[in-house]
Design a protein around this ligand. Structure first.
Ligand code: ZN
Length: 429
């Protein structure tokens, strides 16, 4: 009897208490994170104004002019900052390893060190791996990175293994590439051909064929063009709508004519639906080409870094620096954001990304446009000065704050303050 009585009284308060019960508060959503008063730039949804964004379970849960902070576990006031979908870097090399080139090699970079600090939450590895080593790339890099890593699979089975290996037509199988691409449709979003210097159209044709079999576009780094294999033929005859031409401002394949005007094949290709990617890299951004592009209104469909060891400390630096170059050229911020979010998401057939729609992954970039004196170098020793620089303040990936430039999520230190020692990382000597 005593036991029953005790049980009864223990049950009493909980059933009477509306807080954890089925009362009004049960319908009130508790958000994991609320970012308040940021200037939201979300081109997909035509948003370009100050708004609040709430996140729950790794997804965008609410977007509104005023969301009650009492409904969020953590609130960060970002008044005065911009907020955009996490950037998508359409051209990177992330297959870091022990070999001597980009495939499982020393020229690639581990993604998380170079993405979040520049607002990037999704990076597309462009052909570092091929059908023979994609699974190694997936195991070593894709599956172990917080950055969402997508891939263009190289038409060369060995991927970007360097030198002669990338000239070997016998290692370029459309069937094998398509088979691997179809096995990983969420990750492999295209077929890449690159660095080929011969006269044959086979690398391009087989990339297109593999893309057709797997239902994905081809991305072209045209290597060197020649009379037998010209950029004009590539853009006006070979590539299809949705295929991607990278390194568009390199000037290395007659993108700029001897008359100083853009090669008319670029606009002809755009009229056919071909997409144009920046792919800045260590040797693929020439101010002469980019400035003529500005003059002729030929802006990129996607802004990207071509991140690797030879570009990371050169004129390229990182995604936010490349985006700043387009701001410096006078492109409106909303266009620069669209070319770094929603347009690449569409090009990759991943319309869940690059936007802040409710239900989309909570991948978010919060940034400042710092005013000052800034210099922007191209790949050929030429500099353009600018007054603005995009600096990433906070990056959120799947709802988790993964970059926090000014410690906004930390508590202010006061004498005697006790920090959080629960994280096992702090236990290391
Ligand atoms: Zn590249």
């Amino acid at each position: 009897m005593v036991g029953a009585s005790a049980a009864s009284s223990a049950n009493g308060p909980s059933s009477d208490d509306p807080a954890p019960g089925a009362g009004a508060s049960a319908t009130a959503v508790t958000y994991d994170l609320l970012l308040r008063r940021g200037h939201v730039v979300d081109p997909k949804n035509d948003r370009d104004k100050v708004m609040d964004i709430a996140v729950k379970d790794g997804k965008i849960a609410a977007v509104g002019s005023k969301i009650d902070p009492s409904r969020a576990k953590r609130t960060i006031d970002i008044k005065g900052k911009y907020l955009a979908p996490g950037f998508i870097d359409m051209h990177t090399h992330l297959f870091r390893g022990e070999q001597d080139a980009y495939a499982d090699g020393v020229l690639g970079l581990p993604p998380d060190g170079f993405t979040f600090r520049a607002g990037v939450t999704t990076a597309l590895d462009t052909g570092s791996s091929g059908a023979e080593n994609f699974e190694l790339f997936k195991k070593n890099i894709i599956d172990t990175s917080k950055t969402r890593v997508l891939a263009m699979l190289n038409i060369v089975g060995k991927g970007m293994a360097g030198g002669d290996k990338e000239q070997d037509l016998s290692n370029m199988s459309a069937d094998k590439a398509a088979k691997v691409a179809k096995k990983y449709p969420e990750i492999i979003r295209g077929i890449k051909t690159a660095h080929y210097n011969g006269p044959s159209w086979e690398p391009v044709e087989r990339s297109i064929k593999a893309g057709e079999m797997a239902g994905v576009p081809a991305m072209i780094d045209f290597g060197s063009d020649s009379p037998e294999r010209s950029i004009e033929e590539l853009l006006t005859k070979r590539l299809r709508a949705g295929d991607i031409y990278s390194h568009v401002y390199s000037g290395l394949r007659h993108e700029l004519g001897d008359d100083g005007k853009l090669n008319p094949a670029l606009q002809a290709g755009r009229d056919r639906g071909i997409l144009f990617d920046v792919g800045h890299g260590g040797g693929s951004f020439d101010w002469n080409v980019a400035m003529e592009g500005k003059k002729e209104g030929f802006w990129p469909d996607s802004i990207s870094t071509d991140l690797h060891t030879d570009s990371m400390n050169a004129g390229m630096k990182d995604m936010s620096n490349v985006m700043s170059k387009f701001l410096t050229m006078g492109q409106p911020l909303s266009d620069v954001i669209e070319e770094s979010t929603w347009k690449p998401a569409q090009a990759l057939g991943r319309k869940d990304l690059g936007n802040l729609s409710v239900g989309s992954p909570a991948d978010i970039a919060v940034f400042d446009l710092e005013k000052g004196e800034f210099g922007y170098a191209d790949s050929f020793g030429l500099r353009v000065d600018g007054k603005e620089k995009l600096v990433t303040e906070l990056t959120v990936r799947a709802g988790e704050v993964v970059w926090d430039l000014n410690g906004r999520t930390a508590n202010p230190w006061t004498p005697g303050a006790v920090g959080d020692k629960s994280n096992e990382e702090h236990a290391a000597p």
